[in-house]
Design a protein. Structure first.
Length: 221
C-alpha cells in the first residue's frame, strides 16, 4: 500500500467516509478513542481557536497566555466536534503563539460530552471503530475554497467555490441560522465557519478551506 491509497473510515457520527490523501479540507475522525483524547485536551491543558484562520492552539501549561498549534489531525477533530455541538466556543482571550499574538476563543466541553466520554471509558476499553466495509464508496467532490462574505453584522452570504451553490447565515440567539439559496432552513451552527461547512455537506460536497471576508467592515455605508 502506498501513501496515495484512499482510506475508508468506519462511522461514528454518520456514514462511512472515504478519505483521499489529496483532501485539503478538514478530515473527520470515526475513532471514538481519538474523540476522547481530544476532549481530554480541551479540558486540560485547554484549547483555543483563532476564528479568522481556524487555527487550533493548545494552551501551554508552563507559560500562561501562550499556546502552540496542534497537529492537523487534532485540529480537524476539534472542528468536527464544534460542528456537531460536542464542543463549543467560549470567551475571547489574548494568546501568544510563536512570534504572533492576538485574540483566540477558548474551547468548552459541554456536560453532555463529558458524560458521553465517561460512558465510553467505563466500557473498558473505549469501543473500536466500526470495521470498514469491503467495498469502496465513491468520494464526494470537494467545494474548493468556500467564500463567506459577512455583509452586515450577524449576516453572511456563502459561496461554495465554483459549484454555483451556497446559502445565507443569520445570527439567531447566540448561534447561526443556516439557510439554502431559497431561504429554506438547513440547520444551526456555532460560527460562520461551521455554517459554511454545514452548507457544503447539505449540498453533497466535501467542505474545502473556508475564507471569511468581513465586507461590512471594509465598505462601511
Amino acid at each position: 500500500m502506498t501513501s496515495h491509497t484512499s482510506t475508508v473510515q468506519g462511522a461514528l457520527f454518520g456514514d462511512p467516509a472515504v478519505v483521499e490523501p489529496s483532501d485539503r479540507g478538514p478530515v473527520a475522525t470515526q475513532d471514538p478513542r481519538e474523540v476522547a483524547r481530544v476532549v481530554a485536551l480541551a479540558q486540560d491543558p485547554g484549547l483555543f481557536v483563532v476564528e479568522r484562520s481556524g487555527l487550533v492552539l493548545r494552551a501551554d501549561p508552563v507559560r500562561p497566555g501562550c499556546a502552540d498549534a496542534v497537529a492537523r489531525h487534532d485540529g480537524d477533530t476539534v472542528v468536527q466536534l464544534l460542528d456537531t455541538g460536542h464542543l463549543r466556543l467560549g470567551g475571547t482571550h489574548h494568546v501568544h503563539h510563536t512570534c504572533e499574538e492576538g485574540p483566540a476563543r477558548s474551547v468548552l466541553v459541554p456536560k453532555a460530552t463529558r458524560d458521553m466520554v465517561s460512558r465510553w471509558t467505563h466500557l473498558r476499553p473505549i469501543p473500536q471503530p466500526t470495521p470498514a466495509p469491503a467495498g469502496r464508496r465513491p468520494a464526494q467532490r470537494s467545494t474548493g475554497l468556500i467564500g463567506v462574505d459577512v455583509v452586515a453584522p450577524g449576516k453572511a452570504l456563502v459561496c461554495l467555490g465554483d459549484t454555483g451553490q451556497g446559502g445565507t447565515v443569520l445570527r439567531d440567539e447566540g448561534r447561526y441560522r443556516v439557510e439554502n439559496d431559497h431561504g429554506v432552513l438547513v440547520g444551526h451552527a456555532s460560527s460562520y465557519r461551521a455554517a459554511a461547512r454545514l452548507l457544503a455537506r447539505y449540498h453533497g460536497y466535501t467542505p474545502g478551506p473556508v475564507e471569511i471576508d468581513h465586507e461590512h467592515r471594509t465598505h462601511r455605508r
